[in-house]
Design a protein around this ligand. Structure first.
Ligand SMILES: [Zn+2]
Length: 380
């Protein structure tokens, strides 16, 4: 089985001549004008992308949009003999001196860990991004990975408002709760926004926009750590990862569905996609299951139970009293087990120990061990 994975590699442009830096700035600013529907001189392929972004996102005037670079006009080359830089990125720009499109080769730094991927993979449409410390190209590289076909366990993930992710290893019922950092970051910025709103800060819109960016970058860091830890755990257990299908909602494909309300508050789609691509890179399959009723169903007797506001799940039929997120995750995992009695039609994956299906809830399983990682924790 093979899975194609798209990875974003942050490539920093460096040692730019003044002329190249000017051309990039010009192109970037012209792109901002074009996404607002105003006329601007851009490289023709990039101009098309600007009108696409305008149609799809209808971005607000106080936001900055990365310049979308179409893969057929973008270039990446490696040349270890060049003194200035081993990596070079060809960026299409409009050249006002010539009055037409042109391309500039920019010296670039590809992170060492990503070099093999950039060598082997296929570069897709990417983005030019401006940051305080300079220019970056967020290079999207696609590569096919082989995923394992046999697994010893299921690592089931429930995504929720209290904990962004709760994982349960079905064979032992070991449970891990993730998301303390995400909550802390979001709470901090919520307070900050409130105080800025009250103080009527000058240029409040720009300030809010800037802190909004910082917040999403910090949340993003948390999501990367969480997904890394979950995938490492799955690798160590040789477990297939099971997650709730967000009703077809993926990043950039926001079509509604019962999850939509929660989705706007918590970055579930992002976390799912991070877990998915990290898992596939490690050769681990991710199975999406219909998660309807997984939070209301008792994982021991399959009857309907009640989830209270303190995050407990209680079953009036068999008396189960368990952490609600753990109960939800266990149900998600059990749905996969149902499918795993035979190879999954869409994946071909097989569970090597089908007897895992008849495991009875061990009542002495350690509950609610908070392994959420704080910043700087060396585990990830
Ligand atoms: Zn029950």
């Amino acid at each position: 089985m093979q899975r194609e994975v798209a990875t974003t590699v942050r490539v920093k442009l460096h040692a730019l001549t003044e002329r190249k830096a000017d051309l990039l700035s010009r192109e970037y600013d012209a792109f901002q004008t074009a996404v607002q529907g105003d006329d601007a001189n851009l490289y023709s392929a990039t101009k098309q992308q600007a009108s696409k972004v305008r149609k799809q996102k209808n971005p607000r005037r106080d936001t900055e949009q990365p310049v979308v670079l179409r893969n057929d006009v973008l270039g990446v080359e490696y040349d270890e003999d060049t003194v200035l830089s081993s990596w070079w990125v060809k960026i299409p720009v409009y050249d006002p001196e010539r009055g037409r499109g042109n391309s500039i080769w920019c010296p670039a730094i590809v992170p060492e860990k990503d070099e093999p991927l950039v060598h082997e993979g296929k570069v897709r449409d990417s983005e030019l991004v401006r940051r305080d410390d300079g220019w970056y190209v967020h290079l999207v590289v696609k590569k096919r990975y082989k995923v394992r076909e046999k697994y010893d366990d299921v690592l089931a993930i429930d995504m929720g408002a209290r904990w962004i992710a709760t994982s349960v290893a079905l064979s032992t019922r070991e449970t891990t709760f993730y998301g303390k950092d995400v909550r802390r970051v979001r709470e901090h910025y919520k307070q900050l926004r409130k105080s800025i709103g009250k103080a009527k800060v000058r240029q409040g819109k720009q300030v809010l926009h800037r802190i909004g960016n910082t917040e999403s970058r910090k949340v993003d860091d948390c999501l990367h750590k969480i997904s890394r830890t979950i995938v490492d755990d799955a690798v160590a257990r040789n477990a297939v990862i099971a997650m709730g299908d967000l009703g077809g909602i993926r990043e950039g494909n926001d079509k509604g569905g019962h999850f939509n309300d929660k989705l706007h508050k918590m970055p579930f789609a992002k976390l799912l996609s991070y877990i998915e691509y990290k898992a596939h890179r490690e050769g681990i399959e991710v199975v999406l299951v219909d998660e309807a009723y997984t939070s209301q169903t008792c994982n021991r007797c399959a009857e309907k139970g009640v989830r209270n506001t303190q995050g407990r799940f209680r079953c009036p039929h068999c008396g189960l009293d368990d952490n609600a997120d753990k109960n939800g995750a266990t149900n998600i995992g059990k749905r996969v087990l149902g499918k795993f009695s035979k190879p999954l039609s869409n994946t071909g994956a097989v569970l090597t120990r089908p007897e895992t299906q008849v495991i009875v809830e061990p009542e002495n399983s350690p509950d609610a061990v908070d392994l959420t990682l704080s910043e700087g924790t060396p585990r990830v």
